[in-house]
Each structure stands twice: as C-alpha cells, then as structure tokens.
Write a protein that binds this ligand. Structure first.
Ligand code: GP9
Ligand code: MN
Length: 613
C-alpha cells in the first residue's frame, strides 16, 4: 500500500483511463446484456471502449499543467455522463442514445417524470471511482508531485491504433457491420459504446449532403412521368369504405405453404379457410431487398421501391413521404398504429414511423415479454396478439393498425408445446422446421380473429395479410424443391418468390385473383377497395384489380416477371413454354423496369417529395 498509492498517484492518467474502462466493460456486460461467448468477444469488449477513452482523457495534455487536473475531471464527467445517459435510456427504451438525442437533451429527458423510477440503488457505484481519483489528486497537490503525463506522441498513436484495431476486428467478425447502421445493439457490442458514436456521426453527415443536391425541377419532371391515365373503376371500388384497416405482415411466409400439408396435416388450415371468403391474390411476388421486413413495410406505405442497398427505413427516415397513413388521414380521418414486439430501433422503425405519419408504435416496451412467452427473436405470435388486443381495443376509429409477426423467422425455432404439426421430412432441417413455425403462425392468426370476434371488433375491418419476404433463402431452397417434388430450375425458383396476399372484407364473397403483381401494388389495391382515388399520388403502386398482366413486376436487381416473360439470373424466359428465349423478348420490359427503379430511387435519395407538398 505504501508503494501502491504513490505509484497510482504518479499515473493518474492511466488510473483514470482504467477506471473508465472497467466501468464501461461492466456496464456493457451487466446493463446492456452484451453477449460474450467467445474470446474474440472478450477482446472486443475490452479494447472497444479503450481507444476512445484514451482520446478523451488525452485532451488534457493539450493544456497547461495547472489545468490538467480539471480537464481530467471533465473527461471523466463526459465519459461517465455518456455512459450513465445510455444506462438510463437503455432501461427505458432498450436502446442507445444517438448524438442528435444527446444534443437535444429534452429528448433524453423525454423519459420525463419516469426518470426517477428508472434510477437504481446501484447507480452511485458508477461514480465510486471518482473518490479514488480525487484522493490521488489531493495527495499529489499535498506532496507537490508534478502531474505526470506520458509521451504525447506514443499515447496518441496508441489511442488511434486501438480504435483502428477495434474496427478491423469488429469488421472481421461481422463484415456487414457498417452496412447495418440500424442495428445499434450489434454496433455497440462490436465497437464499444464510444466508437459507435463515430458511426453515428458519419451517418448523420452523409445523408444531408445527398439531399442538398436535389432541386424542384427534378421533382416536377418525376411527377409528370408518374401521372397515370388508366381506367381504375371496378365494381369493387369502395367496398371497404370507412372500415378500419388491419394490415398483417406474415414473417418470412412464402406462398408455397398455402394448401400444402405435412403427413396429411395442413400447414395453414386457418388461412386456407380464410382464403375461401377473401380476395386471394395467388401470383404476387416478393420485391424486397436488403431492408427485408422494412422494405415490405416501405413499399406498402409509400408505393416506392426499396433502395438498391440498405434499407430506406434506415437511410432516409427524414424524408417527406406521401404515405398510406397520411393519405388515409386526409381522406377519412384515419390514425395509423404499428404493433411489433421488437426493439423500437430495429430497422429504425421508431424514426421512420414518424416520417410515415404513424400515430403510435406499440413495440417491445409495451408488451410483457418473458422467457416463457418468447422464442427466437422475441415474443411469440399468440401472446403478441393476445396482448395487442388490449391496446387495439382502446384506439379511436377509424384506424389503420399494422401487425408485424415474428415467430416464423429464421432459423425457425419453436418449443415442443407450440408444434402443431410434424416437421417436414426433407434433407434440410431448416426447411423441415419452417413448416412447424408457419403452422404456429397460422394458429396465431386464427387466435387473433377469434379475439376480434369475441370483442365484436371483427366485422368493421378490411384485413390485408401478406408474406413479407422469403423465409427459405436460396441456400436452403433445395429442401423446398424436394418437399414440393419439383426440379431446381430458374422458373421454379421464381415461383418460390411468390408470397401470399389475402385481402379479407367480412361479408364479401371470396375469389382468386391470379394477376401477376408485386408487393408494391398492395397500396393502390387497398386504396381502391377503400374508395380512395390514388391517381394523383406519386407512387409506383398499381391496382391489382386493374393491373395489366403485361406490365413488369420489377425486382430490385433489375429483373422482372410478367404474365408471359421473366428475366431472372441473367436469362430471359418464356413462362408458358418454360424455356429460355432471346434476350430481345425481354428488352422492352427491362427498360421499363430500369425506368421505374430510377424514378423511385431519385424520389427517395433526393427527397423530391418535399418539393411537391
Ligand atoms: C424484426 C423483424 C424481422 O423487427 O423486422 O426482421 P427481418 O425479417 O427483416 O430480418
Ligand atoms: Mn421479415
């Protein structure tokens, strides 16, 4: 002890760095529940915060020796403050503070009166190290020992090198890390809470620059290109006028499961029955890209295509959109709500929902999520609906309520008690399990309808139920071909890209509509059924009840499918003849596809809709 105290006192900078590091590591483990399963994780956990802490503390070198103790304390307060702000924010939002939130303290204070409730008796431990630091400083002053500072150059080099190594290691572990800037949990656990702020800052600089390049002329030109003249009248226009709208996103649900069974037991018994009394669109294709669930939500809300890379939800949440909630609000005084028992920041939903005009987002924090009622990504679909009902009951009408299901998500995990059918019997376990999670999803849907009926809330809705994207990726598709007893051909692969689309209006007679269409068309179709004229809106969505089978359904990679032709995997196919044909047959459609994608991209990336409000 006799030697230790003077030693620590001499190395005050090192002591401060170590104290802040230790605290950050403990908080990351205990408060943020960082998953540490490998040695690699341990290394990242420790070096992640180290470089940035060193930089903060090192700022004191830039000033006179007299000021250094004060600057050291300032660095301590900043780092501890950032850490504690995140601890509090995380306790409430299960999320991390972003730089803009920090600058708008009222937002962090958005915790408001509940902040007191968020305090824990353990919190004072976060500043326990301050006692040691102040004691060491006082001792220094008493003994008139100089304020020891390490060599500036090597210190700065070590700090930057540590940061660089952290990024390199994190990227080696998760190569797409910087592309998923929506996944703050992953960023914080890979890069450390403080390095994550760099990513945060970089993102917030890039977006406004791209936006600044746009002008009004461009917006008008795009608007002209989109003006539609087709006849839109059908006998179904307005059949669901003034009804509440319930939109259900079936997680990872592909069309092939409909009417299929495993060992004689139906995979989707409820949906099969529902289809009998619904408009069932049997040829609708998945058009999502890297934004997956959020891309489907984006298309349905905006009538625009997903982005070529990344998710529009993540990259353009500050844009102006002519969204479904806004159109319905204007046309019929609707208010829009989204129900999804996941973190608010996943796919940046919280922020994007505001831009899209949602009134409220019922997310994980609004549900009782326990180990017993969760599987895989979180709350199971049946308790999800049971709990959602309680919130739905209180909403003012008319409402647009969107429900995002979750259980049928890769890798399709389910407890024994929730398995209502046998697994399939293909060579691929993932595919075998998929049948059981789809069956569970179907059961949850059935439960939701029962609950609505029990509460006398069933009749007054139009239900739009759609598969959000594929569940079985190309990697496992062989198992599906095996299940369906078909060959692995490009056209069979294309057929598997279909998702179910069921539009149910209680009281309306069911019919199958086999027009070739895409998810982007859901919006125009729904508006038509609600009796809302969509022709003046800037969207690429086409009404499935009037759509031409010759108009290409555009995929994000530039491919397409029409009634007769398809362009996939760089080949042009005649679908009826089931054979590859000359590229020239596809050329006009390919151009149309490119044009549509270009207009959509410009509208989003240059935020053109803001000029046309
Ligand atoms: C999670 C949900 C599922 O919130 O969106 O994620 P995804 O299907 O997009 O991977
Ligand atoms: Mn999904």
């Amino acid at each position: 002890m006799n030697r230790l105290i003077p030693y620590l006192s001499n190395h005050l900078i090192g002591v401060t760095v170590m104290a802040l590091l230790l605290k950050t590591v403990l908080v990351t483990l205990i408060s943020f529940h960082a998953p540490v399963t490998t040695w690699y994780d341990v290394v990242l956990l420790i070096i992640g915060p180290l470089g940035t802490i060193m930089l903060f503390v090192g700022i004191s070198f830039l000033f006179t020796r007299l000021m250094r103790p004060w600057l050291l304390i300032t660095a301590y307060v900043i780092v501890t403050g950032l850490l504690y702000a995140n601890v509090l924010y995380y306790r409430f939002y299960i999320d991390f503070v972003t730089v803009p939130v920090l600058f708008q303290l009222s937002n962090v204070g958005g915790l408001g009166p509940s902040t007191v409730e968020l305090l824990s008796p353990w919190d004072p431990f976060l500043v326990l190290d301050l006692i040691l630091i102040i004691y060491l400083m006082k001792r220094k002053r008493k003994h008139h020992t100089p304020f020891y500072t390490p060599n500036k150059k090597s210190y700065t080099f070590t700090a930057f090198a540590t940061i660089a190594i952290t990024f390199a290691l994190a990227l080696m572990q998760t190569p797409y890390l910087l592309k998923v800037d929506y996944d703050r949990e992953l960023l914080v656990t890979s890069l450390g809470l403080y390095n994550y702020q760099f990513v945060n800052i970089a993102t917030s600089i890039k977006v406004p620059i791209e936006k600044a390049m746009a002008d009004e002329g461009e917006a008008k030109a795009a608007n002209k290109k989109l003006t539609r003249t087709e006849e839109e009248e059908t006998d179904l226009f307005g059949v669901a006028e003034d009804k509440n709208v319930i939109i259900i996103s079936l997680e990872s649900t592909q069309g092939f499961v409909i009417d299929e069974d495993v060992n004689g037991e139906s995979i989707t018994p409820f949906m099969n029955e529902l289809i009998e009394d619904s408009f069932y669109f049997s040829n609708i294709y998945d058009q999502t890209a890297q934004g997956k669930t959020s891309d489907a939500e984006f298309m349905i809300s905006t009538g625009l295509y997903p982005l070529p890379s990344g998710s529009a939800f993540v990259r353009y949440p500050k844009n102006t959109y002519q969204s479904l909630p806004k159109i319905l609000q204007e046309a019929g005084g609707y208010q829009a709500y989204s129900f999804h028992a996941n973190d608010r920041t996943f796919w940046n939903r919280e922020e994007m929902y505001t831009a899209l005009g949602y009134e409220e987002f019922f997310s994980k924090r609004d549900y009782k999520v326990t180990e017993e009622n969760s599987v895989n990504y979180g709350l199971k679909d049946i308790p999800f609906y049971e709990q959602s009902m309680e919130m739905l009951k209180d909403l003012p009408e008319p409402y647009l309520a969107k429900f995002l299901m979750l259980t049928n998500h890769f890798p399709f995990l389910l407890e024994e008690e929730d398995q209502f059918i046998d697994k399939a019997n293909t060579d691929l376990e993932v595919v075998n399990r998929y049948m059981t999670t789809v069956r569970y999803e179907d059961e949850a849907l059935k439960r939701f309808f029962e609950l609505l009926k029990e509460a006398n809330m069933y009749e007054d809705n139009i239900f739009v139920i759609y598969g959000d994207h594929y569940g079985i990726s190309k990697q496992y598709e062989e198992g599906v071909h095996q299940f369906l007893d078909e060959k692995d051909t490009p056209l069979n692969h294309l057929a598997l890209q279909r998702i179910p689309l069921i539009i149910h209006v209680p009281g309306q007679e069911g019919r199958e509509i086999d027009i070739t269409g895409g998810q982007i068309d859901i919006r125009a179709t729904l508006l038509h059924l609600l009796g809302v004229d969509d022709r003046n809106n800037m969207s690429l969505s086409r009404n499935l009840l009037t759509r031409s089978g010759d108009h290409p359904v555009v995929f994000r990679d530039g491919g397409f499918v029409t009634e007769n032709y398809a362009y996939i995997e760089r080949g042009c196919y005649n679908r009826e003849q089931e054979k590859k044909v000359s590229q020239s047959k596809c050329t006009p459609y390919l151009k149309q596809a490119r044009d549509e994608l270009r207009i959509s991209d410009h509208l989003i990336q240059r935020d053109l809709l803001r000029f046309l409000e």
